[in-house]
Design a protein around this ligand. Sequence first.
Ligand SMILES: Cc1ncc(COP(=O)(O)O)c(C=O)c1O
Length: 365
Amino acid sequence: MWVADMDFASPAPIAEALRRRIGHEIFGYGKDPVELRQAVVERLARLYGWQIEPAHIVFLPGLVCGLNVVARAVGAPGSGVLVNPPVYPPFLSASTNQQRVVQAAPLATCTQHDAQGRPYLHYELDFDAMDAGITPETRLFMLCNPHNPVGRAYTPQELSQIGEFCLRHNLVISSDEIHCDLLLGETKHSPIAALAPELADRTITLMAPSKTYNIPGLGCSMAIVPNAQLRAQINQAAAGIVPHVNILGPVAAHAAYTECEDWLEELCDYLTGNRDLVFGFVQRYLPQVPLTRPEATYLAWLDLRGLGLDNPQQYVLKEAKVALGDGAAFGEGGEGFVRLNFGMPRALLQQGLNQIAAALDQVLA
Ligand SMILES: Cc1ncc(COP(=O)(O)O)c(C=O)c1O
């Protein structure tokens, strides 16, 4: 229940498209995936009313790679990169890998209540912390939307506020939207670049079908960069060290984006049910454990600090035989938390939750 992929088979049209391609039996170098570019352009226009050109898309073999390429492309060694921990660990390592300086503006947290009055952990951007976090050397803001691990899908109002902040401080925005299709309940996704042309002009949007259709191992991701100068910087940062996307990735991505709409709708309904199962279970059987009620992603974020354990993730691994993500890796505000992946068949999820509860009961007793 730790690594962020799902225990579900990918949709049948993807497997079928891959089988057709494999049937060709020649696996030489590929060509530019022109049809995939067009499918992405049409999808962004249909879902978000966001008009891009096919040439704005830079294909990448993964988005950890994307985060590193962006960190390398913007600013210079020593320049600052603003991030909002707790956040997906490569947001922190990308900067240090590329001799940039991580500037942390931790998310603010508070308790909110759902429709039934049950409390949950809610995270928001803290603009005072953002102001305090930057320096004259800051060049880049790395946004994670939807946010891994806290499951927030930022509203257009919040994104506008981020946009104003980045315009005021002349920051390039890197918006990692890899989880943008995994929407729970009534949640809608807004790409920050789609809000206004002046934001599109300073934003590198990172997207991929990998999480949504469970094809991360096929390595086909993209940076969408309408600004030609920024795009040249991205291509320069990647030149000679980032390989082309492998020949099967675009085949899977094209099928995902053009033939799998019903499957995605069903997936999101199922994940919403799993989110509610995790939330209801923890509220009922582990009321001492605050947790998020994610709006997107298949990730829940649990606060185990109150249990008095030295290392909650290791305790759950040893006693419950369940591997969760260790919150400490997610930077400031992550210590004592664990991340739980609920992207799996419900019976397996229930089994994992039962094992976790039995193990935690021993320390709560
Ligand atoms: C926010 C975010 N960005 C990037 C990635 C990794 O992407 P990739 O597998 O394409 O390197 C993940 C995977 O969990 C993620 O959650």
